[in-house]
Design a binder for this molecule. Structure first.
Ligand code: ATP
Ligand code: MG
Length: 201
């Protein structure tokens, strides 16, 4: 094949590809709130969610962020996003009883936390709601999954929700519109690098 022939072949292939892509774009004609689940053992779930917070703010949306696990209070995302006027930032994990392992008390803390999320899911001034580490409380049985799914289902039609955390339950993934699983290929921590500001914190 000479170069003119291969250029022509490439052009035809690209034309066919463009027709397929254009048709797919034309088919996607709905506007509505989407439910996203970011799960898996790889790094990038919460940071992806906070990236979407920045995007949403850039488009003028109000955003609610609810974090079920308070690992530490010196994270860059809380320092920066938490002080934005259009962000409502709530930490819901305070009071989990790491030491006493008091199941009833932890379930109560989780349920109080979910009540805060439920208020966000009923607030149509919030264009995006992030529920960080929700799977953590679901896995421990501190929250009832059917209740969570029911509250998500009746949220305002244009409200987007991002849920993060390892091991998302199947029913949650089924209810979601977009599910991404972050795969752990490598992590610097295992090479002895402690959590770095701007990357992990
Ligand atoms: P990030 O907040 O950085 O996007 P994540 O939300 O995907 O991470 P989590 O399970 O919430 O992951 O863990 C949070 C912290 O644990 C971060 O400091 C992150 O770098 C670290 N981490 C995430 N995945 C791994 C892993 N596979 N091995 C070791 N540490 C990890
Ligand atoms: Mg996370």
């Amino acid at each position: 094949m000479n170069s003119a022939e291969s250029a022509q072949k490439h052009r035809l292939r690209m034309q066919r590809k463009k027709a397929v892509v254009d048709a797919a774009i034309a088919r996607a004609d709905q506007d509505r709130g989407v439910l996203l689940v970011l799960t898996g053992n790889g790094k990038g779930k919460s940071s992806s969610a906070f990236g979407m917070v920045a995007r949403a703010l850039g488009h003028g949306l109000r955003v609610g962020v609810a974090q079920f696990v308070k690992g530490r209070s010196d994270t860059g995302e809380e320092a920066f996003l938490g002080r934005q006027p259009e962000v409502v930032w709530r930490v819901l994990g305070e009071g989990f009883s790491w030491e006493t392992q008091d199941l009833a008390r932890d379930a109560e803390t989780a349920q109080r936390g979910w009540a805060v999320v439920r208020d966000m899911l009923r607030d149509d001034s919030l264009g995006l709601v992030v529920v960080d580490e929700l799977t953590y409380v679901l896995k421990r049985g501190w929250l009832d999954l059917p209740t969570v799914l029911a509250d998500l289902a009746v949220r305002p039609p244009m409200q987007h929700v991002v849920i993060t955390g390892r091991g998302a339950p199947e029913a949650l993934c089924e209810a979601a519109d977009t599910v991404s699983e972050l795969r752990d290929v490598k992590h610097a921590f295992r090479a002895g690098v402690r959590a770095q500001k701007g990357i992990d914190l």
